[in-house]
Design a protein. Structure first.
Ligand code: NCD
Length: 305
């Protein structure tokens, strides 16, 4: 049984399918699940800014009838006094039944999980992984396309620092006939631990290109990402990169009729708001679906479904 969730690789393709089916049942009949977590507490320990992930975890637990405690920035927790993640989680284990943790340091939730007596969910660790965003991404594709596989997937933007991209690639390579177009400026290409260790080692077809327009016509899914300002070493480099891609109506004329545009959000300027009304733009729906899949995950980790 799944004990913690650190990476999307912690779940097999079969387990992921079961989880997405459960999310589908919750989405279809939320009332049926509205009391199942009565008496249970989720601790949301967020050492780094977040809107969607924290609120969607909180909303997921509240919609299951459970309760929520936690902190939304490291400054308001004892981390500001120098407490280690290991000590914090030992205490949190006594206060809650499950913990979602976001941390700027890669691996911090993993360290916590080793000390924890309750399930720990990695809610994003530095530029590394973001498995529950991946669950939301997979569930969106699965529910809107009727399954996952036989798809050409474009990932565009900051592929170097974007942890959602790293987790999503890790998860998708296990599905049949997936090919990738990695669309980024030279400086923001995917790290070698993805390009070499995951894509090349797995014999997964992929291309790296700089121009979005060139990739557009063949894509089934376009996953846009923002340039990760907070992970740049200097502001000048960020400013040079931030306007590199802007998806607008004009570029959308090149896309297939049924291509889906996903984005983990927050959006900065990489998708023009004029695209929001296009039926292929599903990023707000994706954020909504993120709650159902987190409900399913909480139930699984607590052994309640
Ligand atoms: C993402 C993240 O935190 O990595 N946001 C999210 O959780 N939806 C993407 C981002 O911040 O760009």
């Amino acid at each position: 049984m799944l004990k913690h969730l650190m990476s999307p690789m912690d779940m097999s393709v079969d387990e992921l399918r079961d989880l997405m089916e459960l999310a589908g049942r919750i989405e279809a009949d939320p009332a049926k699940y509205s009391k199942i977590c009565e008496g249970k507490i989720l601790a949301a320990c967020f050492y780094e800014p977040s809107t969607r992930t924290r609120l969607s975890f909180e909303s997921a637990m509240l919609r299951l009838g459970g309760q929520v405690i936690g902190f939304a920035d490291a400054g308001s927790s004892s981390a500001a006094k120098g407490e280690s993640v290991s000590d914090t989680i030992r205490v949190v284990s006594a206060y809650a039944d499950i913990c979602a943790m976001r941390h700027p340091k890669e691996g911090a939730p993993l360290v916590a999980s080793m000390r924890s007596t309750i399930p720990v969910i990695n809610a994003g660790d530095g530029g590394h992984q973001h498995p529950t965003q991946t669950l939301a991404d997979l569930y969106t594709i699965y529910s809107l396309k009727g399954g996952i596989g036989h798809m050409r997937i474009g990932l565009c933007g900051d592929l170097k620092f974007g942890r959602t991209v790293h987790s999503l690639i890790n998860a998708l390579v296990r599905y049949p006939e997936i090919s990738f177009v990695l669309i980024s400026p030279e400086e923001l290409r995917v790290p070698s631990y993805i390009r070499d260790d995951v894509l090349k080692a797995g014999g997964i077809p992929f291309e790296e290109v700089e121009k979005l327009e060139d990739a557009m016509p063949d894509l089934d899914i376009l996953y846009m990402t923002r340039v990760q300002r907070e992970r740049f070493f200097n502001e000048e480099d960020y400013l040079r990169m931030k306007g590199f891609y802007v998806l607008d109506k004009q570029k959308m004329t090149l896309a297939k009729e049924d291509m889906l545009i996903l984005h983990p959000l927050p959006r900065v300027n990489e998708i023009s708001i004029e695209v929001d009304d296009d039926p292929r733009a599903v990023y707000f729906l994706q954020a909504a679906k993120g709650v159902f899949i987190r409900q399913a995950l909480i139930l699984r980790l607590l052994g309640l479904a």
